[in-house]
Design a binder for this molecule. Sequence first.
Ligand SMILES: Cc1cc2nc3c(=O)[nH]c(=O)nc-3n(C[C@H](O)[C@H](O)[C@H](O)COP(=O)(O)OP(=O)(O)OC[C@H]3O[C@@H](n4cnc5c(N)ncnc54)[C@H](O)[C@@H]3O)c2cc1C
Length: 409
Amino acid sequence: MDSIGDAEIVVIGGGGVGCGVTHSLCRAGKTDVLLIEKNEALASETTSQAAGLVGQVRTSVDRVKLAMWSVKAFSEMESEPEAKPGWRQVGSLRIAMTDERVTEFESMKLVADEAGLKTEFISNDEARIKWPMFDFSTAKSVLWCPSDGYLQPNDLAMSYAHRARRHGARIATGVTVEGIRTENGSVTGVITNHGTINCNTVINAAGAHAWHVAKMGGLDLPIFPVRHEYFVSVDAEGMHPELPVMRVPDASLYLRAEINGLLLGGWEPEALSINPNDFNNGQTPPRIEDDWEVMGWFIEQIAPLYSKASELGVRSIFKGWPTFVPDGRFIIGESQKLKGFVMAGGCNAHGVSGSAGIGQHVVESMLEPEPSPYVKSLSPDRFLEKNWNANAAKTSAKQIYETYYGLGS
Ligand SMILES: Cc1cc2nc3c(=O)[nH]c(=O)nc-3n(C[C@H](O)[C@H](O)[C@H](O)COP(=O)(O)OP(=O)(O)OC[C@H]3O[C@@H](n4cnc5c(N)ncnc54)[C@H](O)[C@@H]3O)c2cc1C
């Protein structure tokens, strides 16, 4: 490989987040950017496995606005003639099966209203028109968000990369970052298996390896990979790509159509998490075997709404190690402990849908003299100011996964 060359900013990790951040930097006028990916292809780790759901209904206004920014970006990219992210704005249904959930939806709707996101409660009959194969007779309420949807995560990463390249960003694949070079408390470069690259800013978008890369900069951050999986069925009657996305939080499930099959996933109550030091920098995270018991549990959970799920054959299982952090919030921005070291991680399984909003917030944290209180609150320093206990942090991060659709999460 020829010499890679120096850059003002090096982004480590070519998944959805790293590609999204690179694109956002370019849009903000920062084009001397080099994206480094250890694998031969972009988006070949967690991002390649994602279901691509993009949901904007959240429990805080800031979080809704971040998701709305992503949706705006996806719509713009999809409207352009080339390198489309495969964005389908099919809307989403959120189904409440209990009274407590109805109350939660009511408060989520108020949050959405405040953020300027259009949502509405629809009747069970209206829901049936949108998903005719489902039985909504036991639903207690249905919240409809017309601007939600889904996309193809790989296409999204390629779409960001294409646009970033057009602005002048460079991308080096098959290159592993092995160390961060610093001087007087500031980043001066990254050390790779293809030599040292001078830079004054490093952005850590290394996904399941974000803990390793943070350690290279002397930062110990509680970022824990937690196993997540879903399946896609063989073709099923009535399934087509224009069906809305559906979430059934009381059953801990999400679903959509994948072409003419059913994509069904969820958050099992006993999750499997690992310590990031169980694998090394430069390796892929541990291999995940297909867990048929969990797939069976998803099918049982959906049965009251869709009894035919048990008759469907499974075509493929997708799985990976999204990262979770103890407070369930993104980790975004520069650390005061190391000037020029910027985080873009701790995605809590929102890294694909959040990627454009994360990119925008990273840019805000770097370029705005006074970032918003929300952006400041996502700083990595919230964990570095106090010593965290690894076991307790891992347990909390796992609980964030297990209660992903818990009331008020
Ligand atoms: C089954 C499943 C379903 C999901 N569904 C959704 C969904 O519907 N919606 C959603 O928003 N999210 C979803 N997620 C979560 C989403 O996939 C992640 O949040 C997102 O992909 C994280 O992107 P990333 O770029 O941070 O990580 P990754 O995609 O893992 O990218 C990180 C990259 O960094 C590279 N890297 C690491 N270390 C180094 C190094 N030292 N040097 C160079 N390169 C390095 C890696 O090779 C990797 O390519 C799902 C995840 C799974 C597993």
